[in-house]
Design a protein around this ligand. Structure first.
Ligand code: ADP
Ligand code: DP6
Ligand code: CO
Length: 350
């Protein structure tokens, strides 16, 4: 008898970035972080996990291709999940001895993998939750988030919807380094995210190695974790609770810039953004200046792709300029004349 469980996990995009580990085996971060989990139907991973007494090997197929499960982080996730399953089996002698059987895992991302759109977050969250379901584990999501964290740090935040904090914790064993909900998605229902895919290519420097280089070589990084992020963490939670978009947006943009500055300050430097990414940054600042109000925020993970946060009521104000600048005007309604848009965008002409 083959037992199967499936789940989807959405991508989460950090507004206060996790970058740096104090313990790389347990994936314990050097700072707390905050993110927004996208809606289930947008960017997401779909994972099915199957187990059967007759399986001879653990196997993973990612986007239709067989991938190795050998990485220490994946092995750690599987070992932790099997350990919890053993507790279920110890309590219920009738429960099938799944903890002893091999797993077959099939996973698909509906967006670019390893391109700075948090595939490791959705990917490991889905992997861990699918197996937790298969094993019928009784633990709550904060507890399960600690296992996802060991797969990829950012994955712990994808177990919750809406606004999520990853509290860095203090304990050496990571027992207090977990995700918690700041506010559910419906707390701020008009918040929207737009993903501008600048490149869907796999990045040169994976997040894991990139942040290790930053921790080792950047002086600016020390300033960031000691004197910048702790205060921002509190301010951002407050801005979310108050639904204060201008403050949320300013903190989000500043934190993206601060994180990319530490990448540039790494030695040798790491460049995740490209010319198009920078053009979008300038555009966002110009749009906010044009309206004399902060209506949109950008943030970039470890890659060139932009995520824009904005409130639904400002969608057409924002996209009039985005579509005009990137030549996709057809079918888009705007109250601006061609001349007004062109005038505004003059400075962006190459
Ligand atoms: P990203 O910016 O996309 O998160 P990372 O460098 O952090 O990029 O991680 C990319 C890696 O995450 C992939 O090379 C793969 O090992 C892992 N990953 C991505 N999607 C999945 C998935 N659905 N299931 C398991 N692992 C995944
Ligand atoms: C820039 O979680 O992908 O997206 O823990 O090594 O797997 P590992 O790294 P990962 O790093 C994410 C970095 C980031 C910021 C963030 O999501 O907070
Ligand atoms: Co990642």
């Amino acid at each position: 008898m083959v037992y199967v469980a499936s789940t989807t996990a959405p991508v989460n995009i950090a507004t206060l970035k996790y970058w740096g580990k104090r313990d790389k085996d347990l994936n314990l971060p050097t700072n707390s972080s905050i993110s927004v989990t996208l809606a289930q139907e947008d960017l997401r991973t779909l994972t099915s996990a199957a187990t059967d007494e007759g399986f001879t090997q653990d196997k993973l197929w990612l986007n239709g291709k067989e991938e190795s499960l050998d990485s220490a982080r994946t092995q750690q996730c599987l070992a932790d999940l099997r350990g919890l399953r053993q507790q279920v089996e110890a309590q219920d002698p009738q429960a099938p001895k799944m903890s002893q059987w091999k797993l077959h895992i099939v996973s698909e991302n509906n967006f670019p993998t390893a391109a700075g759109l948090a595939s490791s977050a959705a990917g490991f969250a889905a992997l861990v939750v699918a197996i937790a379901k298969l094993y019928q584990l009784p633990q709550d999501y904060s507890e399960i988030s600690k296992i996802a964290r060991k797969g990829s740090g950012s994955a712990c935040r994808s177990l919750f919807g809406g606004y999520v904090a990853w509290e860095m914790g203090e304990n050496l064993d990571g027992s207090d380094s977990k995700a918690v909900e700041v506010a559910p998605l419906n707390h701020w229902p008009n918040m929207k995210a737009a993903i501008l895919v600048v490149s869907d290519m796999k990045k040169d420097t994976p997040s894991t190695s990139g942040m290790q280089l930053t921790v080792k070589t950047s002086d600016l990084f020390q300033e960031r974790i000691k004197n910048v992020v702790p205060q921002r963490f509190e301010e951002m939670k407050q801005a979310i609770r108050n639904k204060d978009f201008p403050t949320f947006a300013d903190l989000t943009m500043k934190d993206s810039n601060s994180f990319h500055a530490t990448c540039l300050d790494s030695y040798p430097p790491i460049f995740y953004m490209n010319d198009t990414s920078r053009k979008i940054i300038r555009l966002v600042h110009s749009i906010n200046a044009f309206y004399n109000e902060t209506i949109v925020a950008y943030t970039y993970d470890a890659g060139p792709n932009a995520v824009l946060y904005y409130l639904e009521e400002n969608e057409s104000k924002l996209f009039a300029f985005i579509y005009k600048l990137f030549d996709k005007v057809s079918g888009w309604e705007t109250k601006y004349t061609e001349a007004e848009l062109n005038d505004f965008l003059k400075e962006f002409d190459q």
